[in-house]
Structures are given as C-alpha cells and as structure tokens.
Design a protein around this ligand. Structure first.
Ligand code: XUL
Ligand code: CO
Length: 432
C-alpha cells in the first residue's frame, strides 16, 4: 500500500452508488454479444500521462507534486508501487509504458539499459503477484534532445543506431513481460521545414527501421502484434505516419501490411481532419485495425490535448466499428489521456479513469445494441443489394466498351434513390 492512494477504496460496479468511487456502467462480468465486458474493452492505463507527466503546458511548467518525481531508481520503484496500486484500485486488466516513463536515464546506453532491465523485473514480480498484463510497450524516441531531428529518419546515422538499439531494449522488455503488442509512434519522424529535409531518404530509412523491428520480433519469438500509431503533426509540422491511409500505403510500400497493424487514437484522427470512426472503419476495411488510444482533443484548442473520453455518442460510434470488425484480438482500449493541469489530487487521477471507463462501457453497450438490432446493417446491405446480382459482379471483370454496349442494349436510364442519412441518424439516436 502506498501513501498516495491510501484513503481510496477499490472500485466496484455499483449502479446505484451514491458515492463517487464506483462504476455505474462498467461491469467487467456483464456478457455482451457473447463476451465479457472486460474482455471486449481490454482497458489499459498509460504510465506516461498519469505518472511521468509533471503538468506542464507551453506557457508554464510543473503543477503536479508527486513523491515519485526524481531520477533515481528509488523514485522509479516508488512510481511503480504507486502505479500498480492505481491499477489495482481501478481493476484494469492492462497497462502501457515507454522506457523513459519507468526508468531514469543512465550516464551511458549500457546504464540506461540496465535501469530498464531492473524495472522490467520489478514489474514482472508485480504482474506475477496479480497485477495487470502489459497491453503494449514502446520506446520514447522523441523527448531526449538527441532525437530532436528524428529517430529512424535522422540525418545522422549514429542517431538511427541509438534509436534502433533503444527499440531493441524496449522490445526485449515487452517480450519479457508478455506484452500483447509493441507500439511505434514516430513522434519526430517528420520535418519542421522542407528546406533542410530529404523526404525520399527519410522515408527509406523509416521503412528499413520498421522492417528490422519486424525481423527482430520473429527472431526473439515475440507473439504480440507490432503496431504503428498514426498522427499527422505535433510535435513536428508534418509527420510521415499522417493517418490510417498514409500508414497503409507506407506499410504496403515496404511489404509490411501483413506484419504491422495500427494503434489508432481519437485525438490524432481529429488532428488529421477525420472522425475517429472514419479511421477505425478504414483500418478495419484494410485489415490493419490493431488497438485504440481512447483520448480525445478539445475541439476549440486545435491541438493534442489528450482529454479523457467524455462523449458517449462519439465513443459508441467508435466501438460500433470495433465490434463490426469482430472486436479486439491483441488490441485494447488504452487511455492515453491526462488530467487537466489544475486537477492536482490523487482522487482526480482515479476518478478521471473511472469516469472514462464508464463512458466507454456506455458506448460499448450502445454499439452492441445497434449491432444486435441490425437495422443499420440491414440498411447498409440493402443500399448495395444491386451488387449482389451476378451480372453486376461480372461487370467488374469487364471493360468500358462492353459496358457501353450493354447500357445501349438495355436502354438503361438509372434513377437515384435516397441515402436516408437523417433516418439512419435518428436510428442511432435511439441507442445513445
Ligand atoms: C502522442 C501519443 C503517444 C503514443 C505512444 O501523441 O499518442 O503517447 O501513444 O508513444
Ligand atoms: Co497515443
């Protein structure tokens, strides 16, 4: 038991609770579409925002004062004790971390690696003692100044080497902890100005880097999924993993589309000018839907604010796409979300997650009900029913001349039909 959460009880599903410290909608054992709610949602708490982020913004520094802030191994262990205490209070089945969140940077690469290995063993013991599983591990290749001009895409081959060696250590840690996935978010894989950037070269480097990651996964027998996380900009002006469509093209170019899937974040979808459900539906249709980061942006700010999810209709449409795609396999719902910097208390950290879990539970239940009702899917099928006819399918294997001759022969004069958008929106509104 750590001091930080000392007075906070373990949360349970209590739909009629009068106290704040309860779940009103998240009931892990409730069966939805044949699967337990916990196994559908596969919640993960992220280490970085909850335990490493000091509360700074572009205009001011640290607002949080946490007893584990500091760069010794003792601090790292206290941070781990506190984090696992929060995982227990929330009853989440997973967590996620970057190397830099969990261990102090050493004076050399060797020392940094030893620190990570030591914390990895500390985690392993806590996980064996009933702690959550690891949804994914990842390398922070964007905070340290050595990565300011990129990691895999850096103009300096020594930085590429340092990044590759770092990813190896993070894949080793993830493998040791039985991680379900390994994520790469290319925070600085992009550019600030084209004036000093060789696009062709940088993309080639990035393709080789990712291919090496996949090779190493197979070499060590890591059974998890390799995931790339799209984001269009911020911190750089332009990032190469712009959105789902761009990432898929990149994977295909390097022959990796069967090896790598995507970790899709709501806030990043918004930055790319898409809806979350667009990104999820596209990834599902391309066979690369892997996992989600369920944190949204403030629509007025226009930057990556990483709010906890708090909008049930939005979340419902997202889970509708996840369920339509068959649900998560190795993926899950990671809260890559942070408190507002004025939310200073231990209680804020717990209740932000509890509220987000309830929002997701409501969204999942609404999505499942829409699927079970079947009217949306029936309307979609009816809209394309013409394509079920054998002649229509045959036309796709035909050519322009034959099609033109057929149009003349049949005296074709097609009439448009209503797409019924408002009626479908009304239908959705019955469930959310
Ligand atoms: C940054 C972001 C990252 C990744 C992991 O916007 O989403 O935290 O999820 O590196
Ligand atoms: Co993210």
């Amino acid at each position: 038991m750590t001091e930080f959460f000392a007075d906070i009880p373990k949360l349970a599903f209590q739909p009629d609770a009068t106290d704040e410290f309860a779940f009103r909608h998240y009931n892990p054992d409730e069966v939805i579409l044949g699967r337990r709610m916990e196994d559908h949602l596969r919640f993960a708490v992220c280490y970085w925002h909850s335990f490493a982020w000091p509360g700074g913004d572009p205009f001011g520094g640290q607002t949080f004062q946490r007893p584990w802030f500091g760069d010794t191994m003792d601090h790292a262990r206290l941070k781990a004790d506190t984090a696992f205490e929060m995982f227990r209070i929330l009853g989440v089945p997973f967590f996620c971390f970057h190397d830099a969140d969990v261990r102090p940077e050493g004076a050399s690469f060797a020392e940094t690696t030893r620190n990570l290995e030591e914390i990895t063993e500390y985690f392993a013991a806590k996980m064996e003692a009933g702690g959550p599983k690891l949804l994914w591990g990842t390398a922070n290749l964007f905070s340290n100044r050595r990565f300011m001009a990129g990691a895999a895409t850096n103009p300096d081959p020594d930085i590429f080497a340092y990044a590759a060696a770092t990813v190896k250590t993070c894949m080793d840690a993830t493998h040791r902890l039985g991680g379900a996935n390994y994520v790469l978010w290319g925070g600085r894989e992009g550019y600030e100005t084209l004036l000093n950037t060789d696009l062709r070269r940088e993309m080639e480097q990035m393709g080789r880097f990712l291919s090496m990651v996949v090779d190493y996964k197979h070499k060590i027998g890591f059974k998890g999924t390799i995931l790339v996380e799209p984001k269009p900009q911020e911190p750089t002006k332009h990032q190469y993993d712009y959105d789902v469509a761009t990432c898929y093209g990149f994977l295909q170019r390097f022959g990796l589309e069967k090896e790598v899937k995507l970790n899709i974040e709501q806030g990043h979808a918004i930055l790319a000018g898409h809806s979350f459900e667009h990104e999820l539906a596209l990834a599902a249709s391309l066979g690369v839907l892997g996992s989600i980061d369920m944190n949204r942006n403030d629509y007025q700010c226009g930057w990556d604010t990483d709010h906890f999810p708090n909008n049930v209709p939005e979340v419902a449409l997202a889970y509708y796409e996840v369920l339509r795609a068959g649900g998560f396999t190795t993926g899950g719902t990671n809260f890559d979300a942070k408190l507002r910097r004025q939310s200073l208390d231990a209680e804020d950290l717990i209740l932000a997650h509890a509220g987000a879990m309830d929002v997701c539970a409501r969204g999942l239940k609404a999505a499942a009900a829409m699927l079970e009702d079947g009217k949306l899917e029936a309307a979609r099928s009816a809209r394309y029913a013409g394509w079920d006819r054998p002649e229509a399918q045959a036309m796709l294997g035909s050519d322009l001349e034959s099609i033109a001759a057929d149009v003349l022969a049949r005296g074709l004069a097609p009439q448009p039909v209503s797409a019924r958008q408002e009626r479908l929106e009304n239908l959705v509104n019955r469930f959310v």
